[in-house]
Design a protein. Structure first.
Length: 142
C-alpha cells in the first residue's frame, strides 16, 4: 500500500519552526515581568494586612488598658519581645517576611512595617500606620 501523502508534505519548514519559537519568546518576554509585578503587589498587600492587623490588636489591647498604649512601645516582631507578645496575645499574626516595630506613648502609637522581599526602591517596602492617620501610608511618618 502506498501512503496518500504528497511528496511536498514532509513536515514543518525551518522558517515555520523559527516563527513559532519567536512568538513563544515574545509571549514569555511579556508575561514574566507582569508576573513579577503581581508578586510585588501581593507583598505590598501583605504589608497593608500586617499593619491593619497590628492596628486592630493594638486598639484591642488599649481598650483593655483604658486607652493606654505605652506598654507597647518598642514592640519588635524580629525579636518577639514582651511588648510584641502583648500584640500577639490579641490575635495578631504577622508573616515572617514582614518586620513590625511599634513606637507608642500613653495616647498615640505608630507602627512601622518593612517587607524583606520587596525591593528597597518599592514605595511600600517601609510603610507606617499612625493612630492619628488611621490608614497605612508608604511615607515613614513615625
Amino acid at each position: 500500500m502506498k501512503s496518500s501523502r504528497n511528496g511536498r508534505e514532509q513536515g514543518f519548514t525551518l522558517i515555520e519552526v523559527l516563527v513559532v519559537i519567536v512568538v513563544i519568546a515574545i509571549l514569555a518576554a511579556i508575561s514574566i515581568p507582569v508576573f513579577l509585578q503581581q508578586r510585588e503587589k501581593a507583598w505590598a498587600a501583605e504589608v497593608h494586612s500586617a499593619l491593619k492587623n497590628a492596628n486592630f490588636a493594638i486598639e484591642a489591647y488599649a481598650t483593655e488598658q483604658g486607652g493606654d498604649y505605652s506598654a507597647l512601645d518598642g514592640a519588635d516582631s524580629t525579636s518577639s519581645n514582651a511588648p510584641f507578645q502583648l500584640i500577639e496575645d490579641q490575635g495578631s499574626r504577622i508573616s515572617a517576611s514582614v518586620e513590625l516595630m511599634v513606637s507608642a506613648d500613653q495616647d498615640t502609637y505608630c507602627v512601622t512595617a518593612e517587607h524583606s522581599l520587596l525591593p528597597v526602591t518599592h514605595e511600600w517596602q517601609t510603610s507606617t500606620f499612625s493612630s492619628g492617620g488611621g490608614v497605612p501610608s508608604e511615607a515613614n511618618i513615625c
